[in-house]
Design a protein around this ligand. Structure first.
Ligand SMILES: NC(=O)c1ccc[n+]([C@@H]2O[C@H](COP(=O)([O-])OP(=O)(O)OC[C@H]3O[C@@H](n4cnc5c(N)ncnc54)[C@H](OP(=O)(O)O)[C@@H]3O)[C@@H](O)[C@H]2O)c1
Length: 264
């Protein structure tokens, strides 16, 4: 469908944005659904620039909404007029819809997408012990979705330990029966998840100690590019099942489309 004066405009907002793949995927979905929309990547630095871009979104009558990626997922919550309960609980949003009156509504769909990706690959979450590296936007969303899907135990490990502690505290409050730990190593877990941005750049250190991985574990990524990260390579070497970041995005594309466009 050609881009014309009636085309609704959507964004994928991040900093930087050269690596994002959501615009390509969403534009393909718009095309296949014959939806008159276009998505472009928007690069805005945190702080004043991000706030200015949000003010612009409110003022654009033909703006439909945005997908939000690194490093903005937590800061956009305060810039929305309202957010869903799961976004509020996790303190992060990855989609923001512009309503007809210019107000902005946030939701958090990437945890939903992550669990849908695992289920689609015939993996089970219920009753499993999960080690999660990271405590940022994606990791928080995944943590709440795993808890919702019935994980038995969740260990949260993060470079900034206090952020891991805060996330663990919010999880325990929302899911009193879930066993939660902070810090530690992957051994003794069924599922190991990289929820950090490590692996995105060549030469990044591994997000977990690969020496603590063993066969029988499932190792899952949030990083989508490269599709085979150094962590997945190391995990495959020791006989783990591996699950790339692509599944998480594919798991939530439908949900993003429905949320942003209002088309079921
Ligand atoms: N597959 C998908 O559909 C999908 C969806 C969403 C996100 N993602 C990917 O998920 C990743 C994280 O996104 P996000 O939104 O959660 O970002 P974020 O909120 O900025 O969080 C980044 C996380 O990575 C950690 N981290 C960053 N650099 C690090 C380093 N050098 N050493 C150790 N830890 C480091 C941070 O630790 P600190 O707290 O210590 O800073 C934090 O836990 C990105 O790669 C993004 O592309 C993928």
């Amino acid at each position: 469908m050609p881009v014309t004066g009636t085309t609704r405009v959507f964004a994928t907002l991040g900093h930087p944005v050269a690596h994002v793949r959501t615009p390509q995927k969403m534009n393909a979905l718009f095309e296949s659904r014959e939806y008159d929309g276009v998505m472009v990547a928007v690069d805005a630095a945190p702080g004043a620039d991000l706030a200015a871009v949000f003010a612009g979104f409110r003022a654009m009558a033909n703006f439909g909404g945005t997908v939000v990626t690194v490093p903005h997922k937590t800061s956009v919550v305060a810039l929305c007029d309202r957010v869903s309960r799961r976004a509020e609980m996790a303190g992060a949003a990855n989609v923001v819809r512009r309503e007809r009156d210019g107000s902005l509504t946030g939701d958090l769909l990437d945890g939903v997408g992550f669990v849908a990706g695992l289920t689609g690959a015939e993996e089970t979450v219920a009753g499993r012990r999960v080690f999660l590296a990271g405590a940022g936007g994606a990791a928080s969303a995944i943590a709440f979705a795993l808890a919702e899907a019935g994980a038995a135990h969740l260990t949260v490990a993060n470079r900034s330990r206090e952020k891991a502690g805060e996330l663990a505290g919010r999880l325990s409050e929302a899911f009193p029966v879930l066993s939660v730990a902070v810090g530690g190593e992957p051994d003794g877990h069924d599922i190991v998840v990289n929820g950090t941005s490590l692996g995105l750049r060549e030469g990044d250190p591994l997000p977990v100690d690969a020496g603590r991985l063993s066969s029988g574990m499932l190792v899952a990524e949030v990083v989508m590019m490269p599709e085979e990260t150094a962590l997945l390579r190391e995990a495959a070497k020791v006989g783990c099942r591996v699950h790339s970041g692509r599944h998480m995005l594919e798991g939530q594309l439908e949900a993003i489309f429905a949320f942003l466009t209002g088309v079921a």
